[in-house]
Design a protein around this ligand. Structure first.
Ligand code: COA
Length: 173
């Protein structure tokens, strides 16, 4: 990580990541090219009952980001806006998959901007290939024995196999 005293362009990419998908990794890789440093903030979301514990989600994300030297993974237990200020971020990165994401994202971005005016929200259009993807859909398909190996990184696929009896690639039931 670069010296905090320098004018480093640091951004935060928050999410539940239960589990991380190829869509998330695509957004991370692209955001890591736009900013000097990217902090992936793995959140405790009180409204969701996660399949993976916070520690498991942080570990999975660390494994996914290992090849990206300017990406750091941290747990996020409080307010995102406060976290972003504390780590000295100038931006929050969010992925937009479809028009349906917009209203919720607009609301969150507005609230975060009110709480932390120096932190802007930056939206990246999710790659078309992953526009239909969500962590819930991956979990549901995996739980029912479908092949999700193309939708999640290999380390996440292994973790899903440990949670459910997920078949290996090409072995769709
Ligand atoms: N590719 C694939 N899937 C994507 C995606 C992408 N690029 N971007 C989002 N998704 C999926 C996620 O996997 C998630 O799927 P799920 O609902 O099936 O789990 C879904 O889209 C929604 O994702 P997201 O909007 O990122 O929700 P989240 O729960 O992952 O994250 C937080 C929301 C953590 C950012 C938000 O709750 C937060 O900021 N919490 C901190 C507390 C706080 O400050 N609250 C006030 C906010 S104003």
């Amino acid at each position: 990580m670069a010296n905090l005293g320098k004018a480093v362009r640091r951004a935060v990419y928050p999410g539940s990541f239960d589990p991380p998908t190829m869509g998330h990794v695509d957004v991370i890789a692209r955001a890591a090219r736009l900013f000097d440093e990217l902090i992936v903030a793995v959140a405790v979301n009180a409204e969701k009952k996660p399949l993976f514990s916070l520690q498991e989600r942080v570990e999975m994300m660390q494994e996914c980001c290992r090849s990206m030297p300017n990406v750091r993974v941290m747990p996020l237990e409080g307010l995102l806006a406060r976290f972003a200020q504390e780590v000295g971020a100038c931006a929050i990165v969010r992925g937009l998959r479809a028009v349906s994401d917009f209203e919720y994202e607009f609301q969150m971005a507005s609230m975060n901007h009110q709480l932390a005016p120096a932190v802007d929200t930056c939206f990246l259009m999710t790659h078309q290939q992953y526009a239909f993807l969500s962590s819930s859909i991956v979990k549901e398909v995996a739980r029912l024995g479908g092949d999700v190996s193309q939708l999640v990184p290999p380390n996440v696929h292994r973790r899903l196999q440990q949670k459910f009896a997920v078949p290996t690639a090409g072995e769709n039931r």
